[in-house]
Design a protein around this ligand. Structure first.
Ligand SMILES: [Zn+2]
Length: 199
């Protein structure tokens, strides 16, 4: 039982802007690793607080079930390929193209966790930085924005009555932009400090 506790998982998001780090924590608190594991394979009870199943990694052809999910600790470890971590790591192991922020957004949507509010400092910075943003940068942010919109808002919009859908979509589209900017800033390593308050 000590094995899976030895190292910090990769998904700590330590350098993320404050709002995103808090979102990450909220997701980890709300999400259940056994739900996510069950989405990607058959897991059966092996003992108290322990499930076993085939590794969810597409790169690991797991003939004998090697992956253990610890429901108390909300962690997993594959004793075949050595992968381990928390619920976000599990999701990304099952879908290696998924980035941390995408995993976070996917689980936010699934467990109904509210997204972080747009900080005032972001709006102020927006005004200052808008003129220097070039077309390549804007294009990259726009790309992330589409992903955010598709991942988070589309399933929600589909459930809304038609009469309010357009208005909701417009505001969701606008919110996707600031989230995309946060993701982009984090990738470039220009994210603000813990509270997201720029100079
Ligand atoms: Zn494995």
């Amino acid at each position: 039982m000590e094995l899976y506790r030895k190292a910090e998982p990769p998904s700590t998001g330590r350098d993320w802007p404050g709002a995103f780090r808090r979102q990450l924590e909220a997701v980890k608190d709300a999400a259940r690793i056994e739900d996510v594991a069950a989405d990607h394979g058959e897991f059966r009870l092996q003992g108290a607080g322990r499930l076993i199943g085939r590794c969810v990694s597409p790169g690991h052809e797991d003939r004998t079930p090697s992956m253990t999910v610890y429901t108390e600790e909300q962690r997993f470890r594959c004793f075949g390929c050595g992968e381990y971590g928390d619920v976000l790591d599990l999701l990304r192991l099952a879908d290696p193209d998924m980035e941390l922020w995408e995993a976070m957004m996917t689980l936010s949507q699934r467990y109904g966790i509210e997204l972080p509010p747009r900080p005032d400092s972001w709006l102020r910075r927006q005004k200052r930085q808008a003129p220097v943003r070039d077309r390549i940068e804007a294009g990259r942010i726009e790309h992330v924005r589409l992903l955010v919109f598709r991942l988070i808002w589309m399933p929600w919009l589909r459930r809304l009555p038609e009469g309010v859908r357009d208005e909701a979509a417009a505001s969701a589209w606008s919110d996707s932009w600031w989230i995309a900017e946060q993701v982009y800033a984090e990738r470039r390593g220009t994210a603000d400090g813990p509270e997201g308050v720029g100079a």
